[in-house]
Design a protein around this ligand. Structure first.
Ligand SMILES: NC(=O)c1ccc[n+]([C@@H]2O[C@H](COP(=O)([O-])OP(=O)(O)OC[C@H]3O[C@@H](n4cnc5c(N)ncnc54)[C@H](OP(=O)(O)O)[C@@H]3O)[C@@H](O)[C@H]2O)c1
Length: 315
């Protein structure tokens, strides 16, 4: 089969490889499209000590063509979107059966775009922040992959007010397509909000933004920390101060969940997929590349030149 490999010289090249065979509890997927995500950039830049050659690609969509021991053979032929630890930029990939999420009725392009960001955004809003009808929600990086979905999931959960924060004026109109009632440019945060406080805040930013967010929590408010885009600088919070306001600081880590509790992650992913399939939530695919153009696809993401989701056509 054809696959992209990252070689010992940190170069991507297309290679001919043996098709992987599913082990116990796994399925083999004939890949139609794969999603491009930031993990590809981190691998490309050498942030993970991964043995070479390595086939990158952390989200693959296609058809199950074989199953390993312990997996129902009736799954052969099923269209899925798989959450994987690599191997997605290849014509065939193996995945844990539990994390090969049924994507019937979604189409292979959206199924590839679904990736990790959709279950993440679903869980941030529903499972972790527990957004309820009438809640107010503040979402940073609102024009990003997670942010563009989180706005829609918050809307679907019945949030009464959804405010997004983006990096530049041209992202404001873009973010408005995803359920937001108001979108601020970063420099306007938090002053443009006056004294407003929020029931739920999603914070992938860190540093001074995290401190401002904590000050914006309403009584019983929940802040969910799920990334450190701006800085890893530690932010200290007093549990007693939170207690006095009935507030909660929560975290979310989908990669960890895939290892420690894959069934729970799969359950969230299946619920998210239903909302994509019925059109409640839209995955905005803005760029499609060929397998041979993987270097460009990843460089564009790393350079902040993309919006929404990029995918790669494999099969
Ligand atoms: N914990 C988890 O389970 C989990 C799962 C998935 C993703 N994540 C994390 O979630 C974050 C977003 O992921 P994504 O896939 O949505 O990424 P993405 O599509 O690349 O979006 C990232 C966004 O970050 C914004 N940004 C860039 N630099 C910033 C800065 N210095 N301050 C504030 N915002 C900045 C950009 O907004 P503008 O373009 O508007 O400037 C961009 O839209 C990442 O940190 C990722 O690691 C966590």
């Amino acid at each position: 089969m054809k696959a992209v490999v990252l070689d010992a010289n940190d170069q991507f090249r297309i290679a001919e490889m043996t098709e992987p065979v599913p082990g116990p509890g796994e399925v083999a997927i004939r890949v139609a499209y794969s999603g491009v995500q930031y993990g590809d950039v981190l691998v490309r830049e050498g942030h993970f000590p991964i043995p070479r050659p390595f086939v990158p690609g952390f989200e693959a969509a296609g058809e199950i063509v074989a199953v390993g021991a312990g997996v129902d053979e009736a799954r052969i032929g099923e269209q899925v979107s798989a959450l994987i630890g690599g191997g997605g930029y290849a014509e065939v990939v193996t995945a844990p059966a539990v994390l090969a999420i049924n994507a019937a009725g979604v189409g292979p392009r959206a199924a590839a775009g679904f990736g990790w960001i959709t279950p993440t955004a679903y869980d941030l809003i529903n499972t972790v922040a527990g957004v309820r009808p009438g809640d107010s929600v503040l979402i940073h990086a609102a024009a990003g992959g997670v942010g563009s979905l989180a706005g829609q999931f918050a809307d679907a959960a019945g949030a009464e007010r959804i405010v997004g924060v983006v990096g530049s004026a041209d992202q404001v109109d873009y973010a408005h397509r995803f359920g937001y009632h108001q979108v601020l440019v970063r420099e306007e945060f938090p002053d443009a909000l006056g004294e407003e406080k929020f029931d739920a805040i999603l914070d992938p930013i860190g540093g001074s933004t995290r401190i401002e967010n904590l000050a914006r929590l309403a009584p019983h408010g929940r802040i969910v920390v799920y990334g450190n885009i701006a800085t890893f600088e530690p932010v200290t919070v007093s549990a007693n101060d939170l207690l006095m306001q009935g507030q909660s600081l929560l975290t979310y880590n989908s990669n960890l969940a895939s290892q420690t509790n894959p069934k729970r992650l799969a359950d969230s992913a299946a619920r998210a997929m239903k909302l994509v399939a019925d059109g409640t939530v839209r995955i905005d695919i803005t760029a499609e590349y060929e397998l041979a153009d993987i270097e460009t696809a990843i460089a564009n993401l790393a350079g902040g030149l993309t919006r929404g989701k990029s995918i790669v056509r494999v099969g």
